[in-house]
Design a protein around this ligand. Structure first.
Ligand SMILES: Cc1cc2nc3c(=O)[nH]c(=O)nc-3n(C[C@H](O)[C@H](O)[C@H](O)COP(=O)(O)OP(=O)(O)OC[C@H]3O[C@@H](n4cnc5c(N)ncnc54)[C@H](O)[C@@H]3O)c2cc1C
Length: 423
């Protein structure tokens, strides 16, 4: 089958890879000049198969307002809010207020994540390449007894789903992460979780895919779609050679935050909102002081990850539409969080700042599978978890294109679930 993929982030490239491996003739287009220059560029680097969860959670409602009022609180809103921002907040609050739906979506995401882990391990076995990645576990930190109780509940839930986890007391936590500052109550270790530089991975995989025959066309934007209710016939591409209509048997929409408008042209309401986050990546200053793997600091709402000889800290969920400014106060805040947990770990004078937009759906799960037309697949809206879920969701698309039953129950990910007024 001739297949066009729109978007060369981690989702588009892994999808291209899996489809090519099944014998399809695959072309990938991206308006950027190379793969993984948008959200897949400098994310937290966590492959957190045991940590994925919908953003729209009942606890989010409790935490949102206090967080917005604290200067270092992780959730920020740019005022005045745009219509799109209000629509997203209303949609998210509706979903967050439904605990049963939250639990269903959470379990669905955890199951897809476990499948994704299997697919990553299989790929790394078959096609070893370096992307500063590994599977040395994820540690969620606890500062208080309340934190500990919350983490033990999370651990019980993971155990029920068959996901290995272990509570570590303060000494065991420091044995796991010797560079951690001593004021820690303990932590929940998810030993199967991993790390990796998403941009390097995507770039390397795109190189391999290109060598194997996948066509990549950069600086090429998908601008118009020629469609009817049943079929997408062709996509207008605007690239270095001018405008041209591209025909294919099937299409996969992997355009991250650019997916909303394209889906709209297909009659599918996909209310993806760009939730901005920040990262700082710095060379390790002193190896013994640096993190060994990856950590979640829920109290400061940052993620800290070791990537080879670098350390990365990420944080903030800012609703500011597509405002690309790097606000120094946000960067200073995440730097201070890392410095507090791992004093002296990073060479801050060489740190690289970045901000990116999580392509967030209002309920949490991505949009994966067929939409309205019988030849248009969606693999987009991965929000906070696209790196973790990339290999799993790519394989699911390959299974669906082949007409196979997907390996994971995919009801929670239906692309058309918002059509008809939800959010
Ligand atoms: C601060 C931060 C930290 C994060 N940490 C993690 C983490 O630790 N673990 C994790 O799993 N996830 C994490 N994420 C989320 C993860 O980075 C994203 O879910 C993932 O990168 C999304 O990948 P994507 O391929 O869908 O989108 P992108 O990487 O944005 O790719 C979409 C591509 O589509 C292209 N495009 C859009 N419209 C068009 C068009 N019309 N024509 C042609 N091309 C088009 C864009 O140029 C872009 O290259 C984080 C995100 C942020 C912002």
């Amino acid at each position: 089958m001739k297949i066009l993929i729109i978007g060369a982030g981690v989702i588009g490239v892994t999808t291209a890879w899996t489809l090519h491996r099944r014998g399809h003739e695959v072309t990938v287009v991206d308006k950027a000049s190379a793969a993984a220059l948008e959200t897949s560029y400098a994310n937290a680097g966590q492959r957190s198969y045991g940590h994925v969860s919908p953003w729209a959670s009942p606890s989010m409602i409790r935490q949102a307002l206090p967080s917005m009022l604290r200067s270092e609180g992780p959730l920020k809103l740019k005022l005045p809010p745009s219509g799109r921002m209000i629509q997203f907040l209303v949609g998210m609050s509706r979903f967050a207020g439904q605990p049963a739906l939250y639990r269903r979506n959470h379990d669905a995401m955890l199951r897809l994540a476990q499948f994704s882990r299997e697919q990553f391990l299989a790929l790394e076995d078959a096609e070893p390449f370096d992307f500063d990645g590994g599977h040395r576990g994820l540690l969620k930190l606890a500062d208080t007894d309340d934190d500990k109780r919350e983490l033990l509940d999370i651990g019980d839930h993971l155990t029920r789903l068959g996901i290995e986890n272990r509570w570590l007391d303060a000494d065991e936590t420091r044995a796991q992460e010797p560079g951690l500052s001593p004021d820690i109550a303990g932590g929940l270790l998810v030993p199967g979780d991993g790390t990796g530089d998403c941009q390097s991975f995507t770039e390397r995989l795109a190189e391999r895919a290109a060598a194997a025959g996948v066509q990549f066309r950069y600086r090429t934007e998908a601008t118009h779609l020629r469609t009817d209710d049943k079929t997408l016939h062709s996509v207008q591409l605007n690239g270095p050679d001018g405008e041209q209509w591209f025909n294919a048997d099937a299409f996969v929409l992997c355009a991250g935050c650019g997916s909303r408008e394209l889906a709209f042209s297909l009659g599918v309401h996909l209310p993806i909102y760009p939730v901005k986050g920040y990262s700082l990546t710095a060379p390790v200053a002193v190896t013994a002081r640096a993190p060994q793997s990856t950590l979640i600091d829920e109290n400061r709402k940052v993620a800290i990850t070791r990537l080879g000889d670098r350390v990365r800290v990420t944080g903030f969920a800012e609703l500011a539409d597509f405002d690309r400014r790097l606000l120094p106060r946000r960067l200073n805040s995440i730097r201070d969080s890392l410095e507090k947990r791992f004093p002296g770990a990073a060479q801050w004078d060489k740190a690289e700042p970045w901000a990116g937009f999580r392509p967030m759906t209002p309920d949490g799960p991505a949009a994966i599978g067929l939409g309205r037309q019988s030849n248009v697949y969606y693999n987009t809206g991965h929000g906070t978890w696209g790196w973790t879920l990339a290999m799993g969701s790519a394989e699911i698309i390959a299974q669906q294109v082949a007409g196979e039953e997907p390996a994971v129950e995919m009801t929670a990910f239906r692309p058309r679930r918002f059509t008809g007024g939800l959010a």
